[in-house]
Design a binder for this molecule. Structure first.
Ligand code: APR
Length: 167
């Protein structure tokens, strides 16, 4: 698998699947979540609502991933994953690693070969950039998958630097 880093907006990527840094409600938010729904259009929210009404009545737990249509985005699917909120006292690294592992598992189920990832939990959820990059890259590197390209799309220079240092 090729791992690529890119500075940019994940909603402008042309890939099979775009990973969304969602929250458990799956009903949208800010950051990546806001951009995905804004550019992807109402179809995505409709699909998320259907998931809430069926399999995820209590919301999508942190560390898990689920796919929907990508709506108007230049991708076939959006894979929504819920990162853990950073905690200085409770080590949630395994939950953050699970976001990447589960997103790749869902990508394999879909037959997605190119996947764009954001820096999950590194924004609103406050995860320190260097550690977020370490967990992301270590997990993606060590997960067996048929995905041929994992593209980390980083929104700001500081995050890109943190990932580059860890690549
Ligand atoms: N493309 C790529 N990366 C982006 C984009 C974008 N359009 N917008 C923001 N980012 C970056 C942020 O700068 C940060 O580095 O993605 C990383 C993750 O930030 P968040 O989107 O805040 O995600 P997270 O920290 O996981 O927090 C999730 O925020 O938006 C809400 O509904 C979401 O409650 C959930 C929480």
């Amino acid at each position: 698998m090729q791992i690529k880093l890119e500075l940019g907006d994940i909603t402008e990527q042309t890939v099979d699947a775009i990973v969304n840094a969602a929250n458990s409600s799956l009903l949208g938010g800010g950051g990546v979540d806001g951009a995905v729904h804004r550019r992807g259009g109402p179809e995505i929210l409709e699909a998320c609502r259907a998931l809430r009404a069926s399999h995820y009545g209590g919301g999508l737990p942190a560390g898990q991933a689920v796919a929907t249509t990508a709506g108007r985005l230049d991708a076939r699917w959006v894979i929504h994953t819920v990162g853990p909120v950073w905690s200085p006292t409770d080590d949630r690294s395994a939950v953050l690693a699970s976001c990447y592992r589960e997103s790749l598992r869902v990508a394999d189920e879909l037959g997605a070969r190119t996947v764009a990832f954001p820096a999950v939990s590194a924004g609103v959820y406050g995860w320190p950039l260097d550690d977020a990059a370490r967990i992301a890259l270590e997990t993606v590197r060590s997960t067996g998958t048929r995905v041929s390209e994992a593209r980390f799309v980083l929104f700001t220079e500081d995050v890109r630097r943190a990932f580059t240092a860890r690549l």
